[in-house]
Design a protein around this ligand. Sequence first.
Ligand code: NAD
Length: 500
Amino acid sequence: MTNAEPQVVPHWIDGREQESTSGRTAPVYDPALGVETKRVALANRAEVDAAVASARAAFPAWAETSLARRQAVVFRFRELLEARKSELAEIITSEHGKVLSDALGEISRGQEVVEFACGLAHHLKGEFSEQASSGIDVYSIRQPLGVVGIISPFNFPAMVPAWFFPIAIAAGNTVVLKPSEKDPSAALWLARLWKEAGLPDGVFTVVNGDKEAVDGLLEHPEVRSISFVGSTPIARYVYENGTRNGKRVQALGGAKNHMLVLPDADLDLTADSAVNAGFGSAGERCMAISVVVAVEPVADELVAKIKDRIGGLKIGDGRRGCDMGPLVTREHRDKVASYIDVAAADGASVVVDGREVEVDGEEDGFWLGPTLIDKVPTTSRVYTEEIFGPVLSVVRVPSFEAGIELINRGAFGNGTAIFTNDGGAARRFQREVQVGMIGINVPIPVPVATFSFGGWRDSLFGDTKAHGAEGVRFFTQLKAVTSRWLDPSHGGINLGFPQN
Ligand code: NAD
């Protein structure tokens, strides 16, 4: 670092950058270099209030804007994003560390939701019952909520906010986004793009911060809903406090995703998939595979194939064409690495130790190579806790039934996959497994934007998932209209409850 004052990532309020007055900031690192490159503003309550006030002021005119015009703005945003996404990918890589191709992948999955929102008029159509009662028609309309809050995690600084804001905005709401303080610049870039697309000031607002900003949103009476994604303890906290304050809340939490491998599976495809889903984005994906559940007798052969593939991976700076980048912070890298000692102490077999990795990158980067641990006891913290790094565990089970039983016993229920050539087994898996998103020979079953994303159990608090039809429901409130146009034959006094 030079002696120059570091850049402070500001807020975006009223359609422009606004410097923080809180006096609090946090460091933002380039994880591949291992150095602090910027700082980020941490909002106080007054700044959260200013952000919400701006969003509240923008709401009536935006909600009044025709659906066709709102969609046209979203469409222009889509065109700009498509043309300029490499800029955004570079920002993501420089603060998160994921390789550039993966950053582009994240953007394209977020863009899918933008594209879905371009056709929102279709999803906002109401229902109509003619002559539901004598002379009476009944119909439903969906209206926006008002100011909606989004609180996002570090691991997808563009895609996760984009699970929510395109639908929220197209539906006529105004959005206040509180991105992760670890990689906040993507949100600012998106805000500038919205402005360029013609979105009125105040419709998309970014307030940077930590717990204080989150609490400010959870307690603010003008914030009508909260869409949260992050770790399970914070998701639970956000759900409990948001609902206590009368808000609609969807809070997506952590994960520990299992991949069940049956003896009839194609083991080369399976090993490729385990490596891709276990080590892509350095395992910092909520849909990463972290446990391979091998139904015997496949384990020895499968572990050998996975080990072989790990040997071919290039680890290093995401801007240098590597397969896998660093972890997000030094502290997180150290925590993830500490599980390798836990594994050894608990009697597991460390097949590949990521601490010994050679990297194509700066020495101080937050590196940890792909780690493969076999024969992990299910009582070990390596198995029970979400590690959120490039550590792939293998648990050996005697049967298909034992595999399903193991998956259903865990606390999380985000995603899971089965690898098999037996359609009957796959169908039974799909029916019996208590998990929200299922892959059949697909290791990371993130549903496309027309479907909805979200887990079960401790992976989702609330009853509404992200995007697709559930996203439309979340960001609108339903009104039912009962209408009668005067007909002289239906007059008269009747104090009874209206009947059909
Ligand atoms: P995190 O829970 O630490 O942070 C998420 C958000 O909560 C951030 O904006 C952060 O500023 C805020 N926050 C942190 N501590 C807080 C506190 N004490 N009070 C109030 N707000 C607080 O999560 P993370 O480390 O940024 O992201 C990784 C986690 O997110 C993993 O557990 C991962 O599984 C999960 N995740 C889940 C999904 C999903 O769809 N279920 C998707 C992506 C990530």
